[in-house]
Design a protein around this ligand. Structure first.
Ligand code: GLU
Length: 443
């Protein structure tokens, strides 16, 4: 049995109730076979065994009191997966679906994503099964404070730097930061996505969505296509989706959809991104409200991927949102590119189908890396106690995304997997982390 297969078998045996983690690890280990199964030095150093085991997993109680004086207890997580190339870095997800499997899959992906940015950041992820929906501002604040009451022991500007993810935005990062400062008496870049008045970076809010569109634009250009001519379907209506829609429309593309967990909107006149911002960022309401702004648009319940027809799909909602039947439908109806804005939104069978059908496919660990890359730029600005202009950060972000594209492409070509960007991203992300781990000894 090959080295990569043996490690995968052991991983499945050791983590039987972690389907998302197994899914993410299977994809990576299969892609790495041409690298790690042809050079015995990796096996000798136990590199894969070390890579798939988090350096540290922290799970803790988060007790908090709601507005009626009732006590609630949620579970908090921080998985510090790999610090070979820099301090642990990755978001905090607040969503009822959060469990150890999901945080491990996200933390594992983050290792390769962060490496691909070219910046010195290790991989981590955290979060809680807390549901922010319908909670008052004060409840959110008390929850975030309770979360930080334990988390502060394990994080720090040179140690582990959490940030936003699903359910965690500027408001939550502000409350988490305030509590960290209260507990430690330190003003440091311990979180990214901070408010602009206390160390946040311009363009961080926009970065994941803008970065997704920059790399999509480059992918299309490199394959003789033009983003201006594209009819783009987006799913989701959170931070990634909103700024992907905004940038794609600025570049002249037509974006015709968005969605949330209850349903989807298709607007043939082009999605009105200001309306989506008002509904989701200000009022925190359901996407169905879009009909109040544009009654001519269509609202449907269920998945947008069962209903939309597009040239380019940008799934920006959540993991495993596109299944095989939906992938088939997209491919049959003329979709020629899928670029992931969320983490692993395409399930394993759907990914395979896109690759078989020669659909241009960018995996999230490459195409959504703009968020964490800009977080690393925020860390840099905090370290030098300075700040850059929006245009400076945006230009660096664009440069990073274009670099990721060509770095990935080079890895595909080197390993005879032209246009298989799944393999390209995994191999390119792995090489830097593996070099660092080899150089640092068995630790
Ligand atoms: N949660 C984002 C991601 O999945 C951003 C993480 C960060 O900025 O640290 O990459």
């Amino acid at each position: 049995m090959k080295y990569s297969e043996r490690v995968l078998e052991e991983l499945k045996k050791n983590n039987p109730h972690q389907p998302e983690f197994i899914q993410a690890a299977t994809e990576v280990l299969e892609s790495l076979s041409p690298v790690v199964d042809t050079d015995p030095k990796y096996e000798k150093a136990g590199l894969l065994e070390r890579l798939v085991e988090p350096e540290r997993t922290i799970m803790f109680r988060i007790p908090w009191v709601d507005d009626n004086g009732e006590v609630h207890v949620n579970r908090g997580y921080r998985v510090q997966f790999n610090s070979a190339i820099g301090p642990y870095k990755g978001g905090l997800r607040l969503h009822p679906s959060v469990n150890l499997s999901i945080i491990k899959f996200l933390g594992f992906e983050q290792i390769f994503k962060n490496s691909l940015t070219g910046l010195p950041i290790g991989g981590a992820k955290g979060g809680s099964d807390f549901d922010p929906k319908g909670k008052s501002d004060m409840e959110i604040m008390r929850f975030c404070q309770a979360f930080m009451n334990e988390l502060y022991k394990y994080v720090g500007a040179d140690e582990d730097v959490p940030a936003g993810d699903i359910g965690t935005g500027a408001r939550e990062v502000g409350y988490l930061y305030g509590q960290y400062k209260k507990l430690t008496n330190r003003s440091e870049g311990v979180l990214t996505g901070k408010g602009l008045s206390f160390g946040g970076s311009l363009a961080r809010t926009e970065a994941t969505g803008y970065g997704l569109v920059y790399i999509t634009e480059e992918l299309l250009k490199d394959h003789g296509k033009n983003i201006q001519d594209a009819r783009i379907a987006v799913s989701g209506s959170g931070n990634v989706a909103i700024y992907a829609i905004e940038k794609a429309e600025q570049l002249g593309a037509k974006v015709i959809s968005c969605s949330d967990s209850t349903g989807y909107i298709i607007d043939e006149n082009g999605i009105d991104v200001d309306a989506v911002k008002q509904i989701k960022e200000v009022e925190r309401k359901r996407i169905k409200e879009y009909l109040n702004y544009h009654p001519e648009a269509t609202y449907g319940e269920g998945s947008v991927w069962d209903n939309v027809i597009c040239d380019v799909a940008l799934p920006c909602a959540t993991q495993n949102e596109i299944n095989k039947a939906e992938a088939q439908r997209l491919a049959d109806s003329g979709c020629y590119a899928v670029c992931e804005g969320a983490n692993m939104p395409t399930n394993a069978e759907a990914t395979e189908l896109f690759l078989e059908r020669d659909i241009l496919f960018l995996p999230g660990k490459a195409s959504n890396a703009g968020g964490v890359a800009t977080s690393a730029l925020e860390m840099g600005q905090n370290s030098i106690r300075s700040s850059w202009t929006f245009d400076e950060v945006d230009a660096k972000l664009k440069g990073i995304m274009i670099n990721i594209y060509y770095h990935m492409k080079e890895a595909c070509e080197q390993f005879d997997a032209k246009d298989n960007f799944v393999a390209g991203a995994n191999i390119a992300g792995f090489m830097k982390v593996a070099d660092a781990m080899m150089a640092q000894g068995i630790v």
